[in-house]
Ligand binder design. Sequence first.
Ligand code: ADP
Ligand code: MG
Length: 703
Amino acid sequence: MNHEELNQLLKPKSIAVIGASATPGKIGYTVMENLKESGYKGPVYPINPTAPEILGVKCYPSVSDVPGTIDSAVMCVPVKLVNSMAEECGKKGVKGLIVITSGFSEVGRKDLEDELVAIARKYKMRVLGPNIVGTLSNSDKMNASFAPFLPLDGKATLITQSGALLIAMDAATYTRRVGFDKMVSIGNMCDVDIADIIDWLNDDEKTTCVSLYIEGLKDGRKFIKSGRTSKKPIIALKSGVSAHGAAAAASHTGSLAGAAKVYGSAFKQAGIVQASDLDNLFDRTLALSLMPPLKGENLLIITNGGGVGVLATDAAERYGIPMKFAPKDVQEELKKHMPEFGSAKNPVDMTGMAGTEWYYETVRFAIAHPWVDGLIVLYCETAMTNPLEIAKGIKKALDEAGMKDKPVTVSYVGGEKSAAAMAWLVENGIPAYGAPDLAVNAMAALREYKLLRETAKEPAFKTNEKARKTAMQVISAARADGRNALTEIEAKQVFQAYGLPVTSTELAKTEDEAVTLAKKIGFPVVMKIVSPEILHKSDAGGVKVNIKDEAAAREAFNTIMKNAKAYNADAHIHGIAVQEMAPWGTETILGSVNDPSFGPTMMFGLGGIFVEVLKDVTFRVAPVDKPQALDMFSEIRGAPILAGVRGEAPRDRNAMADTVEKYSSMIVDLEDEISESDANPVLVYEEGKGIKVVDARIILKKK
Ligand code: ADP
Ligand code: MG
């Protein structure tokens, strides 16, 4: 990614507006008007073959007629003209195309978009869009869009896939008092994508927080990388649930891989904080753009009302922030600025008697104390106090203490005076909210950012050449046989090559062979149908467990054969798998999908009813290392079951994590081959006793 190229595209020194119009109401007019009104300093060249001038600016029939150089061309011409205009821009030496025009891949005309990209490549131009509102920047005084005005000035940058939302958020920045330096409409991302802009913003002087509205990513892995390497906090709001999850899937994993869950995991892996809705995106952006991350776990809440203090405490628990009592020395000092009936513990309740002086003294002392990592200041409007004066006291205290690396959020509950005080606080760089819950949520975002930074690392990954070779032999044989589904025996061979602990399993073609194998493996054994057409073996009466002797083995062989034929008369039956009977353990499921945005992705969950009914599963984009795997185990609702409940010993999560790591390298290695797979169930034993994969399924990509 060339930083200079994006500078020319997004911070152009000169702009041509192709399709500029003299008719108010047209996009080509609005863009001209916006560039003028926003105070853009560089030359603007309207391009229009018929108009002599637009809004007092001399018009040119074509870019080739423009005397000076052009960094960026904003395209507002009808779709049928875009590519020929792009060609002209290329010849003129234009560096960037901001293509507002729609009618490309979003309506099925990917061909036009591909052509546009080809032209851009030919002339080394970069393309923003198509199908966008444009791009806006306060620091460049540039509104190169058809959004009405520059957003309220601030330190965040918004990148959005929805143009309509950009326009709406632009206006809302003023009512919500959340400032943005830039707003970039990213549209179809035919060339420049979200990851490119994130990378580019690393060196942007003004931006302190990147705020994203995402509908769907094309290159999920590139996106994760840009998140991991971003020097600035990123917050994302993802809309839209699964389209691909709905696609009929042959395995559990496929049907469980809702986009929302995969995206959630991907954000985590990328070190990206999430927003739950639009309000939350604004609120968290405000905090992340103004405050440093919460570096430790000691949060102090200061209040003049017990009620809001308790609400904030509840919220802290909800958002996972541990609340601790302040140490004795801190409490001693805090008691100086409250009446006898106040509380210095945490929340620090100065009571309704607290005026500006107490707020000032308390905040000043607290923020400077080494025990305190972050501060939430709550205020309930009272008849005796002046909200704005208190706000000024808070600000003065913070300025004097000079603790720039500790975050502070504020909540004011009250009426108009409180609203005015909050606006003042935000203008002075202190995030303030209308409810304690919001101030705590904002602090939680600052904490999440810090925690994510620590864990969002690229896992080490090494191709396992030997395993891959074995796996490819099995896969090629199945493909030669005209199949996309591996049998359990084949799938277990692939799993085993990658070191997954599978039950030893062998194929018997006849009743006698079954008996011989059972004796070799040792009773009790399990017998299962092996047929590429019967993927869910139990459904076909194709699984018999706990077979104790020869007579039972003979009976099981015949029953399974009979059941399978009754279930599907056309099924090709390879024979019967005879395998060791694993002792009972906690049933879990491991699986993989090939996510359309993120590629090979791991799934983990508890098996049986947990996966069927509760869908208690979690995902990680592969490769997944052991620490990440352990994190997956703690993420599901059923986590306590693995940790050991009611006197039960904890399960062997370590062995499980090891297997997740190996499984994940398998799906990365075999990315071009495996479409989806699962190990369902994987039986997990007590700590130290390992795990056993008793069933295996691999569906190949169609070739
Ligand atoms: P399918 O999922 O195709 O119906 P499985 O191979 O998963 O078939 O077998 C069904 C169930 O039988 C498993 O969920 C597990 O409870 C039990 N089972 C299968 N194989 C073994 C085995 N080797 N040892 C112990 N239990 C097994
Ligand atoms: Mg199974």
